[in-house]
Ligand binder design. Sequence first.
Ligand code: NAD
Length: 492
Amino acid sequence: MPVRPIAEGETVRNFVGGEWRAPSGDERRDVVDPATEETLAEVAFSDDADVDETVAAALDAFDEWRRTPVEERIQPLFRLKSLLEDQQDDLAEVLVQEHGKTLAEAKGEIRRGIENVEVACGIPSLMQAGHLPNAAPGIDETAVRKPLGVFAAITPFNFPAMIPLWFLPYAVATGNAFVLKPSERDPLTPTRIVELVEEAGFPDGVVSLLHGGPETVNALLAHEDVAGVSFVGSTPVARHVYETAAKHGKRVQAQGGAKNHVVVSASANLEFAVEQTVASAFANSGQRCLANPTAVVEAAVYDEFADRLVEAVSDLTVDNGLYAGSDVGPLITAEHRERVLEYVETGVSEGATLLYDGRDAEVPETGTFLAPTVFGDVTPEMTVAREEIFGPVLGLIRADDFDDALAIVNESRFGNAASLFTERGGEARRFRHEVDAGNLGVNVGTAAPMAFYHFGGAKESFFGDLHAQGDDMIRFYTDETVYIERWPDENR
Ligand code: NAD
């Protein structure tokens, strides 16, 4: 199937106060299909003036939007859900072309995004807070959740459809105005989503889109009319965003990088554990914050697990994500592929054993493809065990026993997610209580919470207190005023 160019020469535009306009900054970047290396579009970066105009238009819209009855506020969200569903096949194709993931992965991602729109449609119930009659003599007390103003979200390249939707629906349903600054590496999918937002009929300025890079982000972080910031991306930038936004007096939640573990107990169903570990480590070419790129395997089953795993990995097809048979697409850019290859070299030089060398496997000639690599005999202090590689590289660590496995997992400076494969309830219980990570899965390869639960994260994988998705989002986007009322009963 030939790859369809999205739109020749398309320049990606901002959406400000209900109008589409080109960003005014001088910096530019090509949006490239990593599978074909064709340039799909050009994205220009927004400068300080763009940021000022966008935030001013959003603040203007907030005044009216916050007073719009909640039942009216959710009507465009219902329309957005239908539009996203109607357009999901086209959106998925755009996503595959600018990102590289497979069509099935792209469709799954969009579905996960729609889920958040569905949850936010329940805001009339979810936004209610507490009321206590007779809190004191003659006094009733009520907590009232209020929106705060203009919120920004800064999102990464690896889920350009889903991650903006972790925030947008909740921000606007609670009565705030929302500004999205998506990744400059794949800005076309979020742009298409904002086109659907426009079609859904939100008032002008309630949702805005600003393209750009670090300077655009820094202007948002310092802007006095931005009430709060959500960030998802790598740990160094998450830390920077958290500190800078806090310094400017904003609410902030910042989700960072990851290096997750899957623990394989001696009791596990190995066939299932292998299938799930392969899916978790290599989906999205390993470019997932919930991927499990390290398997900590009890010594008693290590050899059998490794043999079965290598067999499963050798069956994976690496190809353009638009092709039906593709299991693993390309990496986002050629530079990123080089970086992943350097990690493979480091693994070899630090003494890990190459059980399956992706560098030797057959991949398409054009494109930033890299086949999966599996390392055995990895130890926790090796670079490939400690650092986020964000590519199709899986390392196996041999654990003496279950206690040793839990200790290895908890040594990590990251704490985004962890999974356990076991047939023993007692191990599952210990895993749940003792592992320090925000998303835990038992007999689940990728611990991805549904939208009505928050998306966890701990240690250097998360800076803040309220997470993305679900009830946390409603608390992040509102402040609770306590309303205390006394009406003496004159008949007494
Ligand atoms: P990134 O940190 O490079 O970029 C994320 C966003 O920050 C982009 O919008 C980018 O324009 C902006 N940015 C980049 N450098 C900046 C700087 N110096 N100052 C201000 N803004 C800056 O991340 P990425 O490569 O796009 O995404 C991959 C990373 O995101 C991985 O580390 C992955 O683990 C992480 N991630 C985490 C989660 C989570 O939920 N914890 C989810 C998805 C991705």
